[in-house]
Write a protein that binds this ligand. Structure first.
Ligand code: PLP
Length: 400
């Protein structure tokens, strides 16, 4: 391929690619740890990290070693075969969770699809044929395939994709009464993000999740936690539910699980997992030897002593630093989050703020209508967090 300059690469990509995203002004080249470089050689602190994906940073040695060794050995085999990597990754996740069974897939939305199919079949088999309704939450995000898109309020603003799944009702996040009002004998499941990510980094109140747990138990309804963004160490625990001390029946995972390698999974307690039987679900790439070898390596890295303590400590440091910045600046209106899933609201136009930070060498993303989302690799140090806060302070100042 001939060498092209960034402008030409962006222009040609715009022409060739179906427009699912607003084009960025630079072309990404490579990464190392918490840093990324563009094709012009500019270095960034990458606290977008693929939106909470590069959990161990870019090019983590352990993952590279696993990819090289496993790719040379075997990348794929028919999903019906057991393999050692699939067994090891499954064992690691199950032994360290409240779940009994796992389904492997390739992305977050596929994990959510699997969860939705599972709870509907469970209710069909065990409650009634009419028990197929799902309760979800305003401003939630679960993915872009039909099932996931159906359990998102956004469906109302995208009528061109209709018809969606019927029987989906939306309650207010952190408002238990609004959920109670929607529960009926047709409700098979409640799906909730313990921390709403795309919705603007909204952390669930512990009492709210406890209330959902009790409501589900009382009504024999499945409780699904969509932990695609908040799980896998992001908020200081392997599983996001541990942060809240509330166990779901079903959990969905992706993003940080592969630290950049595409892999996802849906996990369930036996009572629910056993509803899926041969022929009712599956996917060609799900649980392939390469992806599960990577997942096993990532989880093993996270389970090393001190990893989650470090995420919690650095998260605390980051949060306090942002709060100090809020006190020093009159442009920050709110700072919130959990662990290393952080959100900052400001008076500055969000697109300008993200662009300004990028120009100053810090990559972040937007969440919700106007929240600056910070999702660093989980290996970030306090010094590196401070570097990012300093860039943010400079960017806010420049926005005067
Ligand atoms: C909570 C949650 N669920 C599901 C998804 C969908 O994941 P994917 O983009 O891998 O399909 C996302 C992605 O941002 C997410 O944040």
């Amino acid at each position: 391929m001939t060498k092209q300059n960034a402008k030409d690469i962006i222009a040609e990509s715009e022409k060739l690619l179906i427009s699912t995203y607003t084009a960025q002004p630079v072309v990404m080249s490579h990464g190392d740890g918490i840093y990324a470089w563009d094709t012009d050689g500019k270095k960034y602190i990458d606290f977008a990290a693929g939106i909470a994906v590069a959990s161990l940073g870019h090019a983590p040695k352990a993952v590279l070693k696993t990819i090289n060794e496993q790719a040379a050995k075997m990348m794929t085999c028919q999903a019906s075969y057991a393999t050692l990597p699939k067994l090891e990754a499954s064992r690691l996740l199950i032994e360290n969770s409240c779940f009994d069974e796992i389904f492997w897939c390739n992305s977050g939305t596929e994990a959510v699809e699997a969860a939705l199919k599972l709870v509907r079949k469970w209710a069909y088999d065990n409650k009634s044929k009419e028990c197929n309704e799902i309760i979800s939450f305003r401003k939630s995000f679960h993915g872009r395939t039909y099932g996931s898109a159906s359990v998102m309020e956004k469906r109302h603003s995208q009528p061109f994709f209709a018809p969606y799944l019927p029987g989906v009702h939306f309650a207010e996040f952190n408002n238990l009464e609004s959920v109670k009002a929607l529960v009926s004998d047709k409700t098979c499941a409640i799906i909730v993000e313990p921390v709403q990510g795309e919705g603007g980094i909204k952390v669930a109140e512990k009492e709210f999740l406890q209330g959902l747990r009790a409501l589900c138990d009382e009504n024999n309804v499945a409780l699904i936690f969509d932990e695609v963004q908040a799980g896998m160490g992001r908020i200081g625990h392997l599983f996001a539910y541990e942060y809240f001390g509330v166990e779901p029946d079903v959990g969905t995972y992706a993003k940080g699980l592969g630290s950049g390698f595409p892999v996802g999974c849906m996990m369930a307690k036996k009572k629910f997992g056993s509803a899926i039987v041969v022929g009712t679900h599956g996917t060609t790439y799900g649980g392939n030897p390469l992806a599960t070898a990577v997942a096993a390596t990532v989880v093993k890295e996270m389970l090393k002593p001190g990893f989650f303590e470090s995420v919690r400590k650095t998260g605390q440091f980051f949060m306090e630093g942002l709060k100090k910045l809020q006190r020093d600046s009159n442009k920050i209106t709110d700072v919130r989050g959990a662990g290393l899933l952080l959100g900052v609201d400001t008076t500055i136009d969000i697109k300008k703020l993200i662009r300004g930070a990028q120009d100053n060498g810090l990559l972040t993303t937007q969440a919700g209508d106007a929240t600056l989302r910070i999702t660093p690799p989980l290996i970030v140090t306090e010094k590196q967090a401070q570097d990012a806060i300093d860039i943010l302070a400079k960017t806010l100042k420049e926005a005067e």
